[in-house]
Design a protein around this ligand. Sequence first.
Ligand SMILES: Nc1nc2c(c(=O)[nH]1)N[C@H]1C(S)=C(S)[C@@H](COP(=O)(O)O)O[C@H]1N2
Ligand SMILES: [Mo]
Length: 557
Amino acid sequence: MQAPAPTPDASPTGGARGRTALAALAGLLAAAVALGVAELIAGVVGVASSPVIAVGDAAITLTPEPVKAFAIRTFGENDKIALVVGTLVIIAVYALVVGVVGLRNRRLGALGIALFGLVGAVAAVTRPAGGPLDMLPSLLGAGGGVLALFALLAPLAVAPRTVASPSGVAPSEGEAAHADQRVVERLREVLGSGDRKGAALDRRRFFLTSGVAIGAAAVTGGGGRLLQRRFDIAGDRAALDLPTPTSRAAALPAGADLAADVDGLTPLFTDNREFYRVDTAISVPRIRPADYRLEMAGMFDSPRSYTLAELFERDDIIERDITLTCVSNEVGGGLAGTARWIGVPLGALLEENGIRSGSDQLLCRSEDGMTIGAPTRNALEVEDAMLAFGMNGEPLPVEHGFPVRMLIPGLYGYVSACKWLVRIEATTFDAVDAYWTERDWAAEGPIKIASRIDTPAPLREFPAGRRAIAGVAWAQTRGIAKVEVRVDEEDWAEAELSPEVDADLWRQWVLPYDFPAGRHSITVRATGADGEVQTEDRAAPFPAGSSGWHSIQVVAG
Ligand SMILES: Nc1nc2c(c(=O)[nH]1)N[C@H]1C(S)=C(S)[C@@H](COP(=O)(O)O)O[C@H]1N2
Ligand SMILES: [Mo]
């Protein structure tokens, strides 16, 4: 018995040019299917896991400052759109090439799409809040893309009419051998070089498959976008009006920000978009303002709950400048930032719920279930401790805890700065461990005094002569009194400090220095307003925060 072989209904060869063009189109459609499937999965996993968004985010993070500045200058508010369009154009060009390569070698084509998926997956999982699930859209999308590519390339290189090899074996075995041969033929068609001589081009099948691919891309992509809408709270956030604080932040003296005159020095206030971000959120919690409730529980005499409107309507709203620091910050690292925050005083709120004296820990719960254990004493006694909902003049960005987070000056974020805060349980350290404490980080995390050199950049070569050595120093709640700099084996020299504004705010420091040609080491140390001199003893961030002097090597040419 002879099964009919597939019969191409078009020209036997199709012409090399036409075939290549169709292969490029196949690549493009495969990419569309890949992106569509990825959007659909992102509709389940979370918006930020979409490869286009993740790659765009990564691109922003990896783009050097001058290029970013150029993009913002050129595209203004549309810089994000320009980035997405640019990303799509690059993907399209890449896809055209993958299609043509795939025609000659299916495996290479598949590899090209897999690589594309891998880039998306890595971008998604390495976001600050990235988790393993975030790789799914890119990986499954790439899987869909490979299938689409194979399906689309198959009609471009149909095997010539298969003829059963005559064999003297018994009919049943002959049939089996024939089936084997067809399987091999089919495999070759799918995996191997499809551009072999004599291969035919099945245009009708190609265009039918293309139609299916376009439909699949549109349905998955469109469906994914619809699904993702349920995550979107950008509109709700933008529509919020922050209340006017009854107590304003301390006025800034003229010339408060030394970064205006010193290239490379960290600005006094950190842009929300530049603000460091540390959290465990696989996908950022998105809480609608209207749905928000803050619940008080545990060791309170009269615990109650608050809507966002109730928090906004209070008459004790404060505005404060506070520098936030992460316990994971290495000596010289960038996990610190300063913002002007607006919120409700934490002590007053705890008192009005009748906090009991036996509580020494506030177990703060975030919408995603994460817990942060803050010492009750600091929450009550540190003057500017607050539940913040405003950051640098806007509602908290979603990544920084929208709509409400806690802040306690003087404590590292992991024991004080719970984002997406939905519940405060007054309890004790004996009764329960919070997330980080369970992982053996110190239960109480007072911020260690620290200083950092921002400029010159380490290992940088610059012309010999006068230039500023500058950076920031912080010791929240105590304040910075002095910063000293040592170049090579010289004596410590005192740097100029930015004006004292508030003890919770870091201070910038600057020391102009005449660099002779050659290699130099620069070291910085700070002294707190309480007299503590920053220790030279090195400690790693784990378990209670890093210590030691920041020291860099530079070369003056
Ligand atoms: N819900 C939640 N809040 C959190 C965290 C987290 O993982 N989840 N990380 C904490 C840590 S370790 C720090 S340093 C600060 C960082 O705040 P930021 O991301 O706004 O800079 O948030 C804290 N609040
Ligand atoms: Mo942190």
